[in-house]
Design a protein around this ligand. Structure first.
Ligand code: TPP
Length: 355
């Protein structure tokens, strides 16, 4: 969606790797179109992204009124009328509206340039619409940030934006800590995980942000892990973008703060292990789907391997050296909670299948 994408990025690791001029991961295509990116504050990123959307919505609604007036002018060129109607009909459909916008713009530009400064109603309306032609095409609005933002400090905003029903997409890079400021525990951190403010291992369960969002019933929600299943990740991104309403994707993101054995070169492989042992689950909840509204994409966790997964990361293994008894208790609970969570997801699936 890069050529029509707007990104609002919360402060954190993603604004650091997303922002630097020398190594920006974003680029433009041959037409000079690429993502428009902005970083507001850590605490108000969801609202900032919603603001981007609302600005576009207001401008596009005004353009739609002008287009209806233009079509209603009797002598307006037939090609402009047809292109204008097609643009109106596809207004909320990102993919279809792209070519419809280009066609509408081209039809108006050719007539307006041929007629010079003619002041008939049709020419005046077309010139007015063309002033804001960059807003005709439906944009893809994305709100990016980490778990410290989405689960904790910016949660009120994330909740407000998801509840609004507006067509924006939230993508959370879930590292289970505030990574960019040195690894403080967040509500996304897991039982037994050692982090700042949880030096003896976190005692409480990870918050289920996905289920909170699902409870609205009109929010598209997915959990993904690229290294475990790239096709499912891509599918979730496509479905979220196509959904005419708010979407939330939570992506598992191994991080330097996890101290994975062998280092971050094993990042993608670590995601795969996390999903295979049931530490992280893949699923998609699509309110627009006629059947299979809730799909669990990850398989039943393997019987062995959970503890080995934890021990492969020093954010867990260091607890066994410092507090061996406590480590045993917390790691056991971590595993039990993970196994229960998978069974809970299957129950949710059965419930949605029955509805
Ligand atoms: C209001 C406010 N408080 C604190 C900070 C400092 N700060 C910048 S990034 C960050 C942590 C971000 O953590 P998270 O949202 O989990 O993203 P990650 O770095 O893990 O991607 C903090 C606390 C800030 N920029 N603004």
């Amino acid at each position: 969606f890069g050529d029509r994408m707007y990104i609002s990025n919360a402060t954190g690791c993603s604004s650091i790797w997303g922002g630097p001029a020398a190594t920006s991961p974003y680029c433009t295509d041959k037409n000079g179109h690429g993502p428009a990116w902005a970083n507001s504050l850590f605490e108000d990123n969801a609202e900032h992204g919603l603001g981007m959307y609302l600005g576009q919505e207001a401008t596009r609604n005004r353009l739609a009124d002008l287009t209806r007036q233009l079509i209603a002018v009797e002598y307006t060129d037939e090609a402009i009328k047809a292109a204008g109607q097609k643009w109106l009909d596809t207004m909320e459909d990102g993919a279809a509206n792209k070519s419809a916008s280009a066609e509408f713009i081209a039809s108006m530009e050719s007539v307006v340039s041929a007629r010079g400064d003619c002041d008939c109603d049709a020419c005046k309306l077309a010139r007015e619409i063309l002033k804001d032609k960059e807003y005709l095409e439906k944009k893809s609005v994305w709100i990016f940030g980490g778990d410290g933002w989405a689960y904790d400090i910016g949660f009120g905003g994330v909740d407000h934006v998801l509840a609004s029903g507006k067509d924006v997409n939230v993508f959370v890079f879930d590292t289970e800590v505030y990574s960019n400021t040195g690894g403080q525990a967040s509500k996304s951190s897991n039982i037994g995980q050692v982090a700042q403010f949880a030096a003896a291992g976190k005692e409480t369960k990870k918050k289920s942000l996905a289920e909170i969002a699902m409870s609205y019933g009109y929010v598209y929600v997915a959990q993904v892990a690229m290294g475990a299943n790239p096709a499912q990740t891509l599918k979730a991104i496509q479905e979220a973008e196509a959904y005419h309403g708010p979407s939330l994707i939570i992506g598992y993101a191994p991080c330097e703060m996890h101290s994975i054995k062998g280092g971050m070169t094993n990042c993608q492989a670590e995601m795969k292990k996390a999903v295979e042992c049931g530490y992280w689950n893949l699923f998609r909840f699509n309110p627009a789907a006629e059947t299979d509204k809730f799909i669990v994409d990850s398989k039943e966790p393997k019987e062995e391997g959970y503890r080995a997964f934890l021990m492969n990361e020093a954010r867990y293994s260091r607890l066994t050296r410092e507090f061996p008894d406590r480590a045993e208790t917390l790691f056991k609970r971590n595993e039990e909670v993970a196994m229960d969570r998978y069974q809970h997801l299957l129950k949710l699936k059965a419930m949605y299948d029955e509805k």
